[in-house]
Write a protein that binds this ligand. Structure first.
Ligand SMILES: Nc1ncnc2c1ncn2[C@@H]1O[C@H](COP(=O)(O)OP(=O)(O)OP(=O)(O)O)[C@@H](O)[C@H]1O
Length: 262
């Protein structure tokens, strides 16, 4: 029987008098592949930060990988979670090489500093870069990469410590059509891999949802508007309500698309 990876109960996040999340109750079981979808400002990144133990809720309970937030040492918990987000990318030292950036994830650090790496770590980092179509970038400096190249490298870094939970915040944002399709295809391969970690991916766009996603959560104004199996959540009714306009929703070959109804 699959174990629980995330369990949020009545979670609220309040900052500067604003409710960023309200009464969020959500559970994620081992092996599931979730997508969190919602308009700008809905609270998606805030929810992902709570799931990644980077943000404590104002109210409610959060269990991550069996540990209760507030009662556990987050410095032991965080290495069990792989996170790829723009906020992490901004903290990368500009001169850091791609291979160093990926391999240092084993040591939960940013910036190489005299560590002696095992050859097995270097081999794993190289294999992950290869799986994400970024093998040719290993010796490049992170600061010189294009947006699409950065996204792939960040996902390789997030996977490096073999996390039990993988959190991806808008992995396809800023990519051109070819880059998006290539990345979404690779994320689909990852979703289909039974040895890949339980995954939660945040996006604004239905077109960025990889095939193989099993569950979806719709957020609007800090509240859950629908959640459950992806087929039951990605209906025109739920999506129209979530985005506040009448939508036509289509599905082909496991991928989704939405456009405004005429
Ligand atoms: N410290 C704060 N005080 C007040 N409001 C905040 C604070 N931090 C974030 N917010 C607001 O909380 C809301 C949720 O932000 P969040 O980044 O989680 O949304 P999001 O769904 O990820 O948005 P986007 O799709 O635009 O990235 C936004 O309206 C944001 O402006």
């Amino acid at each position: 029987m699959a174990g629980e990876v995330l369990e949020l109960s009545g979670v609220g996040v309040r900052r500067d008098g604003a409710d960023l999340l309200r009464d969020v109750s959500w559970s994620v079981d081992e092996g599931e592949r979730w997508v969190i979808l919602g308009p700008n400002g809905a609270g998606k990144t805030t929810l992902l930060q709570v799931a990644g133990s980077l943000l404590y809720p104002t109210s409610g309970d959060v269990d991550i990988l069996g540990e209760r937030l507030g009662r556990t040492d987050v410095f032991e918990l965080r290495p069990r979670i792989g996170l790829a987000s723009a906020a992490v990318a901004e903290r990368v030292p500009p001169g850091e090489t791609v291979l160093d950036l990926v391999v240092t994830a084993s040591y939960a650090i940013l910036g190489r500093w005299r560590e002696e790496y095992e050859s097995a770590d270097l081999a794993r980092a190289t294999a992950l870069l290869d799986a994400l179509g970024a093998a040719g970038l290993a010796d490049r400096r992170f600061g010189t990469l294009s947006e699409g190249e950065r996204k792939r490298v960040q996902i390789a870094r997030a996977l490096m410590p073999d996390p039990e939970l993988l959190l991806l915040d808008e992995p396809a944002a800023g990519l051109d059509l070819g880059g998006r399709e290539d990345l979404v295809r690779r994320l689909g391969v990852l979703a289909d891999d039974p040895s890949a970690p339980t995954t939660v991916l945040v996006t604004h766009h239905l077109e960025e949802v990889p095939a193989g996603v099993t569950h979806a959560l719709l957020l609007r104004k800090g509240e859950i508007q629908a959640q459950g199996k992806v087929d039951e959540v990605f209906t025109p009714e739920h999506l129209s309500e979530c985005f506040g306009l009448s939508l036509v929703v289509e599905r082909h070959d496991g991928r989704w698309a939405a456009r405004a109804a005429r």
